[in-house]
Design a protein around this ligand. Structure first.
Ligand code: SAM
Length: 374
């Protein structure tokens, strides 16, 4: 392993909550199910792991009101805690369910490989699909995705959900966009282009079958790798607005990272999945979306909404529960939000984040707010 040994690395993270790219390379940050699908704005799992070790004991029940791609739930399960998450984005809930479900591994492999074969036989045309899909995918790619989707929809759960995630990941790669702009493509690219990633002329993708095949194998491998480290603790994922959700159990702690005002559109980020799978779109309830902007009014709305989430959460926690919130609070909104929600700040640790890759590369600081419910 490059850099420090695992134990030395964890000791360093525990001390400073920071690490270098060499110590914690991408492959380890996206280990097993954490790498099932790209997702912008997620936790580094090792950070959650350190929080759990430092502030919780196995047997806890850890809640994440902004569950996102499920990092807290996966790590809480590995740690030996029950895990509960809520998110307003149907795609994020799907992804979290797939990461945390229990599978018969033989059955999983059989079903997913069978779906791939069956879809190859069924490829037809792309009639009946939405205009958005016809714009963003070449005809052949779209026909392959739709054939696979129809086969997957006939599978039983939890295998159908896994197929949906494979479909979404393949769709993300098969969009008519450049290789260097998979995160925020603004419009379809129809002509060959100079590729900054590969330093040559590349063409927009025209097929999806190779991605379906590649991600089927990768998904099976990742779920297999997670099986021996996961625990038998309970995991529940709620597709809900965390301002009003009623939790089925009483959590004993929280580990979460809220959306930041005006930064990311969490629904739009996975638009292809919503279009292909017909998922419920609840973007109007998304807190702090980029579409809502960063005006003073938008920031006030954000403060009210985040306060409502933490007040609703606090009201359903066991007394004196730990609440850990990771934020980039450059506007100092959180002292107000915590006071509104009845949370007491016990410690605030600043973490230097400098390992981002891609077009959003850059350095910034994140705070870890260590709170208690009253
Ligand atoms: C910063 S991300 C969380 C990422 C997560 N920590 C992870 O590792 O994947 C914030 C999440 O809050 C969710 N969200 C926004 N508004 C919400 C609401 N009203 N109720 C529940 N979740 C919401 C977004 O859909 C997004 O997934």
């Amino acid at each position: 392993m490059a850099g420090r040994t695992q134990e030395a690395l964890y000791a360093a993270i525990d001390l400073e909550l920071s690490w270098s790219e060499r110590d914690l390379p991408q492959a380890r940050r996206t280990k097993h199910v954490h790498g099932l699908h790209p997702y912008l704005g997620k936790f580094v799992p090792q950070l959650v792991e350190v929080f759990l070790r430092r502030y919780f004991a196995p047997g806890a029940c850890v809640y994440d009101p902004f569950a996102g791609s499920g990092t807290t739930l996966v790590e809480a399960n590995v740690f030996g805690a029950d895990a509960l998450g809520a998110d307003i984005s149907a795609f994020n809930c799907l992804l979290t369910r797939v990461k945390t479900a229990r599978y018969s591994l033989g059955e999983l492999e059989l079903r997913l490989r069978g779906a791939l074969e069956e879809a190859r036989r069924r490829v037809g045309d792309a009639t009946g699909s939405s205009q958005w899909l016809r714009e963003w995918f070449a005809p052949r790619a779209l026909a392959e995705l739709l054939a696979y989707r129809d086969v997957v929809e006939d599978l039983s759960e939890p295998y159908a959900d896994v197929g949906r995630v494979v479909l979404s990941r393949a769709a993300r790669s098969a969009r008519r966009t450049t290789h260097f702009d998979l995160d925020f493509p603004e419009r379809p690219v129809l002509e060959p282009y100079h590729c900054f990633k590969h330093k040559r002329t590349c063409r927009p993708v025209e097929e999806a079958a190779k991605f379906l095949s590649r991600y089927t194998a990768d998904t099976i491998g990742r779920i297999r790798a997670f099986a021996p480290v996961r625990s038998a603790r309970e995991v529940a994922v709620l597709h809900a607005d965390s301002r009003s959700v009623e939790l089925p159990v009483r959590p004993t702690g929280v580990v979460t990272s809220p959306p930041y005002p005006g930064l990311i559109d969490y629904h739009e980020q996975h638009r292809y999945a919503y279009e292909l799978l017909g998922l419920a779109d609840r973007r109007a309830e998304e807190i702090g979306s980029a579409a809502a902007g960063r005006t003073n009014g938008a920031v006030d709305t954000y403060v009210d909404a985040a306060s409502a989430v933490f007040a609703n959460t606090r009201g359903q926690l066991a007394p004196r529960s730990r609440v850990l919130i990771v934020v980039n609070d450059s506007r100092s909104l959180y002292p107000r939000i915590l006071a509104n929600a009845g949370l007491v700040l016990e410690d605030r640790v600043t973490r230097h984040v400098n390992r981002r890759t891609g077009r959003r590369a850059g350095e910034f600081f994140e705070d870890v707010l260590v709170c208690r419910s009253l």
